[in-house]
Design a protein around this ligand. Structure first.
Ligand SMILES: Nc1nc2c(ncn2[C@@H]2O[C@H](COP(=O)(O)OP(=O)(O)OP(=O)(O)O)[C@@H](O)[C@H]2O)c(=O)[nH]1
Ligand SMILES: [Mg+2]
Length: 709
């Protein structure tokens, strides 16, 4: 393969909702790039993009596939992303290195929730967007309505550069506004026929062309002046203005295809060549030192690893985008994040299951390498220096499950496998919770967890089981109480003696630092599990030596780590030790620790103890017509709706919902909205649980503990 220069590269993330035809379109583009000699289909399970066993089984993309298609002197690098919301992490990784996103819209359904969600990511990550309206051959295809929706959702900068004249069954022709010609696309790969625009379409085409000229002029002052003077722009000027507008998200062009029949695909590739930004024409990427890299091939080499995958026969493959300089095979580089040397033993251009070895690639290009030892997704590889490229930020997890190996003997192996998987999917988090004594997996949804299960069972051969994770409850008190405890033991040898009197009160933020007893010393602790412990020394007349105070605190902490109600962490408590007794010989630290622990336990029980539960801020993004159902469901989950915003035909509902009620929310939400909604959640605070819920939790805890005894 020739070495493509920066200007000859287009990096495109193919995004969009579920089953709109992304993989089918990528297949057709790869075919025209001669990467494959025959076009496969999703139904026939022979596309180069959906080749993983599970993808074949489900006829759905699950991971992103990096591909390329040489075309008319340029190399189009494509990343075919899964449409399903659970795999949004793959899309985000792709958007991070794409110089534009090609958002595929199904002409039959218009803008779907997937498009909406992904649009928001393109906006957040400042990635230009090209819209491709696909499935124009579908009998229910409606181009006008799709354009209306695109404008409604994404604004008036949506700009058709083509429109179909016979959308629906038998579709084969578009008016191409940049060429001002009618293009006829014979189904299944026939050569495009170029004709004059028929009389009946002339006015419409003229009007739409003028809109393009105006949009082109708007993106550049010089062009604007020229436009005002002359009333129009030359073809080159239109192209230049358009390209600028697209690169800075001022214009969002719309193209037309029917990917399954290979109609309009080569023209689309031409338009990508002519209008999509090259790697050095976008805003660039920031490094930690504040430098912005614009894909300059003469600077010292720097590359960003955006994806790590385990591929058959290759093992771990690292995909990187070169942001500066060039890479050659067998080059030694530095992994700046892990501070290790790595050798790029082989460079590969990968198109799904097709792989081609290359000797060299320059800034802007995407290549893969294998057998890196210390490199993970998000790392920077550089020739020199210690500057690194900013890491991609992924969304907060919104789905959690506990996991265990069916066979205890596999526990250790499972831990290692989970950690490896977490390296390949940055939205998949693995944590062993000491508190809950469970391995907790969290991520974007149930489908993602099913994928992990599939990999672990089929590839790693470990049978596993998912089960509902415990809720990290907290315990606290609601009123003050006092207690004393005398620890005394005299069974031969040295005795033990310690007596502690304490008062405990509920802590709240901004409370005055005083109690019934004069405070002689105070310690303020931020507990590792959240909340506070204030420890006051109110001892008068040396009733307890200062040297025993830390031991008493230790006893209190031990009990706080295993709250008296349900064994959960206790928090937000002020403890004032105000009296006690010592024995001249038998008092020691252990005695005071035990006395402190028991006194605290007693006091806690009498201080109106309450269970606190984690509350999450939940944001549901839902079409307006399904809002009522979603609200009712949230209320059934003890949720409190905090507000709503509307965006186009979607509403964002903001609510506070207890984590305990969010189990399998994604599945319910999907079923009550027919998959048209999405949501996110983030820990907000701890709140007291209602009395009936509290007694249920305590009862359950006591039953479980009885079983264990
Ligand atoms: N009629 C028609 N069907 C199409 C067209 N493009 C794709 N399809 C069909 O739509 C379905 C989904 O196609 P895919 O290419 O898998 O869609 P996708 O967007 O990659 O799907 P996910 O990655 O799973 O989100 C398949 O059955 C395709 O054959 C088209 O232009 N016309
Ligand atoms: Mg797909």
């Amino acid at each position: 393969m020739k070495v493509y220069q920066t200007k000859e590269i287009r990096n495109i993330a193919i995004v969009g909702g579920n089953r709109v035809g992304k993989t089918t379109l990528a297949e057709a583009m790869a075919f025209h790039g001669n990467v494959i000699s025959r076009r496969g289909s999703v139904e026939d399970k022979n596309t180069i993009s959906d080749y993983r066993e599970l993808e074949l089984e489900r006829q759905q993309s699950i991971q992103s596939t990096v591909m390329y298609a040489p075309f008319d002197g340029i190399k189009i690098n494509m990343i075919d992303c899964p449409g399903f919301d659970d795999f949004i992490g793959e899309t985000i990784s792709a958007l991070r290195v794409a110089d534009s996103a090609m958002m595929v819209i199904n002409a039959q359904n218009g803008v779907d929730v997937g498009a909406e969600i992904q649009w928001r990511w393109t906006k957040k990550m400042n990635v230009p967007v090209l819209f491709v309206i696909n499935q124009l051959d579908h009998e229910k295809a409606n181009f006008e309505d799709t354009i209306r929706q695109l404008k409604q959702y994404f604004g008036n900068s949506v700009l058709p550069l083509q429109y179909p004249v016979n959308a629906g069954a038998g579709f084969d022709s578009v008016i191409d506004l940049l060429q001002m010609k009618l293009l006829k696309f014979p189904a299944n790969g026939g050569k495009t026929i170029v004709e004059d625009i028929p009389e009946s379409e002339k006015d419409k085409a003229e009007e739409m062309y003028n809109a393009i000229v105006e949009a082109a002029a708007e993106n550049d002052e010089a062009l604007m002046d020229k436009f005002f003077e002359a009333g129009t722009l030359s073809e080159d000027e239109v192209a230049r203005g358009l390209k600028m507008g697209i690169a800075n998200r001022g214009t969002f062009p719309v193209f037309c295809v029917a990917a399954k029949n290979d109609q309009g695909v080569t023209r689309l590739m031409e338009l990508i060549k002519n209008t999509a930004p090259a790697p050095d024409e976008t805003a660039g990427v920031k490094t930690l030192s504040g430098k912005v890299l614009h894909c300059n091939s003469t600077e010292p080499m720097m590359a960003y690893v955006f994806k790590t995958a385990i591929e058959q026969h290759l093992g771990e493959v690292s995909f990187m985008k070169i942001y500066a300089g060039e890479v050659v095979s067998a080059m030694d580089v530095q992994n700046v994040n892990s501070n290790n040397k790595e050798r790029l033993s082989q460079l590969l251009c990968i198109a799904g299951k097709n792989r081609e070895q290359v000797e060299k690639a320059v800034a802007g290009d995407i290549v893969a390498t294998i057998k890196l030892k210390f490199t993970q997704t998000g790392h920077t590889l550089a020739k020199t220096g210690d500057d690194m490229i900013e890491q991609t930020v992924y969304p907060e997890p919104k789905f959690r499950t506990a996991v265990k190996a069916k066979n205890n003997a596999d526990d250790e192996k499972l831990g290692a496998v989970l950690n490896e998987l977490a390296k390949t999917d940055k939205t998949f988090l693995v944590e062993y919770s000491k508190e809950l004594k469970q391995i907790i997996l969290s991520g974007q949804g149930e489908q993602q967890m099913n994928l992990m299960k599939w990999i672990i069972e089929k590839i790693n051969k470990i049978e596993i089981e998912y089960f509902p994770p415990k809720i990290p409850y907290r315990e606290t008190i609601t009123k003050s109480a006092e207690a004393m405890y005398r620890h005394k033991k005299q069974s031969g040898g040295a005795g033990q003696f310690g007596e502690v009197h304490m008062m405990i009160e509920a802590y709240y933020e901004g409370m005055p630092n005083q109690t019934k007893y004069p405070i002689r010393g105070t310690e303020n602790y931020d507990l590792p599990w959240g909340g506070k412990l204030i420890y006051n020394n109110c001892i008068v007349g040396g009733a307890i030596d200062a040297r025993f105070m830390p031991a008493i605190l230790k006893g209190i902490m031990e009990k706080m780590e295993e709250g008296p109600l349900t064994g959960s962490y206790a928090r937000d408590i002020v403890v004032s030790v105000y009296d006690g007794k010592m024995h001249p010989v038998d008092s020691n630290e252990l005695s005071f620790k035990l006395a402190g622990r028991q006194a605290f336990r007693e006091a806690f029980k009498n201080a109106g103890p309450k269970i606190l539960e984690p509350i999450y801020d939940v944001e549901v993004f839902v079409p307006s017509d399904r809002m009522g159902d979603v609200m009712t469901d949230l209320q059934g989950r003890r949720g409190v709706v905090m507000g709503m915003d509307s965006e186009g035909e979607f509403q964002t509902i903001r609510a506070k919902v207890p984590l305990a009620e969010m189990n399998k929310y994604s599945t319910t939400l999907s079923s009550i909205t027919s998959g048209r909604a999405s949501y996110g959640m983030k820990f907000a605070e701890y709140q007291q649980v209602p009395a009936d819920v509290q007694s249920d939790i305590i009862k359950k805890y006591e039953e479980e503990n009885k079983e264990e005894e």
